[in-house]
Design a protein around this ligand. Sequence first.
Ligand code: ADP
Ligand code: SF4
Length: 672
Amino acid sequence: MTAFLTPRTDPRHAVLFDPVKIGPVTAPNRFYQVPHCTGVADRAPTDVAAMREMKALGGWGVVCTENIEISADAEISPYPALRFGADSDIPRQARMADLVHRHGALAGAELAHMGLYAANRTSRAVSVGPSSRLLIEAVEPVQARAMDLSDIRALRRDHRAAALRAKAAGFDIVYVYASHNLSVASHFLARRFNDRGDIYGGCLENRARLLRELLEDTKDAVGDTCAVALRFAVEEFLGADGLTHDGEGRDVVEMLADLPDLWDVNLSDWSNDSQTSRFASEGYQEEFIRFVKQVTGKPVVGVGRFTSPDTMASQIRRGVLDLIGAARPSIADPFLPLKVADGRSEDIRECIGCNICLSCENSFVPIRCTQNPTMMEEGRNLWHPELMPARRTEDAVLIIGGGPAGLEAALSLGRRGHVVTLADAREVLGGRVTLEASLPGLSAWGRVRDYRLGQLAKLTSVSLYLASRMTAEDVLGFGASRVVIATGAQWRNVPMGRDGGRVAVTGPVLTPDDVMGGARPKGRVVVHDSEGGYIGSLMAEALALGGAEVVFATPALTHAAFLALTLEQVRVLRRLTALGVRLVAGHDLAGWDGAEVRLASVLGGGDMNMGADHLVLVADRVPDDALATALLAEPEALALAGITSVDRIGDCLAPGLIAHAVYAGHRLARGF
Ligand code: ADP
Ligand code: SF4
């Protein structure tokens, strides 16, 4: 059993450690990991269970699953999910509940029938929903059929059976899911999907009938020992076409007020619920969900990328929430609650709101986290998010480069007990993180640097040197036995995108490094993005905000394709449109002479020439590997200097996401 309150707990945060009664069960504190996906689910149940256990060990009072399919007739392949469609599924899910219980936490199971979202690509069952509609989010032109009354009875039977399996597996909280536009119960609620003429269609009471029945069935089946939670989106941002927090969303809460044992409330769809720091700050859901506690006597949990215990305690004191829900903050720091209990809030590894974790879920791979390199490695590699094994050698380490790769390597090697020296050419540490955090909306990304610098300040064995550009000669003469090169990369200033094409460019070219270094060209600026990540859109935004007349062009058929995975693409393009940025897709760069940019349509037909004062090229990055190359070319000099290894990590090896650089630094340190 985890101990929570300690003599060191800040009295202002003590309220976060009150137990909360939820129906027949009691959460040991107010830290609640709401259901979140893992990218693998039942494809790697052992890894998933180990990750959830780590959260319970880190003090989360409630730890929930991701969505659990209740029947093979509503499956969401290729998206991974857990399953409770058969009794044989019980042992697999029981493992997670057992591991969570070991540390005194409650385990929650999110049962879901995904209705119009379940394309049944594997089972080949015909999809179902309240009415015949195109499947949601599916690219294939396939429709669901309208459920008849016997289908509804079958759905209720399946849900009830799954609830009984959740109870048998040892779960304490069983969910009914009506959120994110992803569940059949929410599809029945929505006028836009439900044009039924029977008792399940028409007025709100009829559209809410299935949801009420699922809640009643679940309470009847398992409510004696399990709490029944309702995960419900109070606001869909669709006006009269959807639920609103001051319209039908509120009406549903009033209708069902005390039926569930717990309200888990949020915003729909997923892109509204999981907003990035580029668009929303901590606590962003409050204005929409705060009414819920005034309507129900049951406890309420909500989310809002909470990382500050002051904000969390304020939510409780002001009567907004009873339980502090978190998905991403619990991914970035599984030990957040224990750090608060221990009076060490400054040690929290705060989520930066980048949604790289979501991009993994959307690519069906295990979730990765920019801040927490151990995410989903807890079981597979036995990586603990807070503990490093003691060093096995006496090696003194010299790290060159203080970006995310170098800082993470320094921190993790320092924690292992190595004597570490880190040198960076610049006056400030953080490398690309410091540069990128200066772009519009990305200031929270600076937490990648700040967390590591804060932790490094506590290690006496690590020394940091600024304004120290290192040459091969400096390295050879330094006296370290192991050298780590983390010198990063620079944006390329000649056109070379994913297709590798080169074109005649005779005019001056600006790169993202110039803009992040403070350049704000005025007049007519073309930003040409053949990378397709997040930087191109940030260039367009920063320059438009700086007063330039911006054209944002890409050879791809859609701008910033990667941002579809982080759920930001639509928001970003809306923001650019509002700033007056002209969007040109499907056009590759064909030439630039300092006065005119030539764009060639990738679809054939007419090319586009436009007068421009500046061209900002977002192509790829060139690894800054000169130092590593020089050192590795001199094996004898290395041996003479007593250097036994030279490792390259992060962007100087292969430019990638900040998450890749952090992981590279961490993995290197583990392997020492
Ligand atoms: P990564 O993402 O791999 O950590 P970054 O580009 O963020 O890479 O950071 C690389 C850092 O390395 C930058 O802060 C840069 O100033 C520093 N650097 C590059 N070359 C040298 C060098 N020769 N000596 C010291 N620091 C260097
Ligand atoms: Fe937060 Fe980014 Fe980590 Fe996701 S990947 S938990 S958004 S820091």
